[in-house]
Design a protein around this ligand. Sequence first.
Ligand SMILES: [Cu+2]
Length: 118
Amino acid sequence: MRRGPMTIAVLLLSATLAACSSGSGSTNSGGAPTVVKVAIRAGKVVPPTHRVQVGVGQKVRLEVTSDKADVLHIHGVNIEKPLVAGKTRIVVFRESQSGLFEVETHESNLQLLQLEVR
Ligand SMILES: [Cu+2]
């Protein structure tokens, strides 16, 4: 019986997203997230450290799996999350500034990737 308010909330949310993507001039800010998967196995980054390009304000879904407990740090948005050995950590975020930001681990001090936001 509480279907009414829920529907309105969903409509409002999609209206906000639509307004966002049409106003910014960015190509993909309201669409599906850019999925970036990276693993750390035996001290190696898989795939090897590389650069990933995303748009300003674009949603990024980062999936990190490490074979050892570690700390994940996403520069720029400055998100720090613990990594549990053998489990995939999923972080969804949007970077609102352009620039080159490193994603790294703080225990093993590995650079996982560079996020090029423009
Ligand atoms: Cu860091």
